[in-house]
Design a binder for this molecule. Structure first.
Ligand SMILES: C[S@@+](CC[C@H](N)C(=O)[O-])C[C@H]1O[C@@H](n2cnc3c(N)ncnc32)[C@H](O)[C@@H]1O
Length: 253
């Protein structure tokens, strides 16, 4: 399976909840956009962190089905949410659903937008995809389209550009990411979790760090116009960006 999160899943929550994503902000803006809609499909639901925030903050009656292809992420999502939500293991390229949804949304899941500046009105955001092949993107987006009711919404989160980065995690761990861009509008991202040895200072001949988790993901990038074309081809019309810049939203045509 390409772009599985298996290698990172044990440390995923620690990394994400110590400064990577602001789940509270994402959930509040999502709820504003969703309004009275109640049947939600989460694309690339991971360990259920977005889902949990939504359910904690929403009025009763929100029904969320999360889809993800990495079972070790979903195991955590099911532990976190029990009966409060449903999680289904599926690759988006093979998605089928038993009933239609009002909204499909994703935070950093299969697709997300990258804004390269602070301007929330920036319309030149690049679309990043975990799916490397054009046909897979068309297929999976068409399946999301087919999973939505006629007036359904597709909501995709934005995030800042990927850069090499390192920061300390609780428990003597360090998170690092390394980005390698390729000329063909793709890039790879290596995620590392390292344990810092207590006696690493003054040691000779070693880094004093042990890699406890490593995962490599590949991404394909669509420039703004290409993204618009792809989404239109799959039946979506772009409606804009939320005023806080956190989400792009599209209507199903
Ligand atoms: C960065 S994580 C985001 C998880 C969650 N939305 C969050 O905000 O914490 C990306 C997720 O997308 C999932 N994913 C990537 N490609 C996928 C695909 N083709 N089909 C289903 N899930 C996929 C990964 O397994 C991973 O759990």
């Amino acid at each position: 399976m390409s772009n599985s999160y298996e290698g990172l899943s044990t440390h995923y929550d620690l990394i994400m909840t110590s400064g990577y994503y602001d789940y509270d902000a994402y959930a509040r803006t999502l709820l504003d956009l969703i309004g009275d809609r109640r049947q939600l499909l989460e694309i690339g639901a991971g360990t259920g962190l977005v889902c949990e925030k939504l359910l904690d903050l929403a009025a009763p009656g929100l029904e969320i089905t999360g889809v993800d292809h990495t079972e070790s992420m979903l195991v955590q999502a099911r532990q976190r949410l029990g009966e409060r939500a449903e999680f289904v293991q599926a690759d988006l390229c093979h998605l089928t659903v038993p009933s239609l949804f009002d909204v499909a949304y994703s935070v950093g899941g299969v697709w997300y937008y990258i804004h390269d500046d602070e301007d929330a009105e920036d319309n030149d955001a690049v679309l990043a995809s975990h799916l490397m092949e054009e046909d897979d993107n068309i297929n999976a987006l068409s399946r999301v389209h087919a999973a939505l009711k006629p007036d359904g919404l597709l909501i995709l989160a934005t995030q800042g550009p990927h850069r090499d980065h390192e920061r300390t995690l609780p428990g003597g761990l360090v998170y690092a990411q390394e980005i390698h861009s390729a000329p063909d509008n793709t890039f790879t991202k290596d995620y590392y979790v390292r344990r810092v040895a207590e006696n690493h200072q003054g040691r000779q001949g070693g880094t004093g760090e042990e890699v406890v988790a490593h995962q490599r993901c590949e991404y394909r990038l669509y420039a703004a116009e290409q993204a618009e074309r792809l989404l239109k081809q799959c039946g979506f019309r772009s409606e804009g960006i939320t005023s806080d810049g956190l989400f792009h939203y599209l209507t199903r045509q």
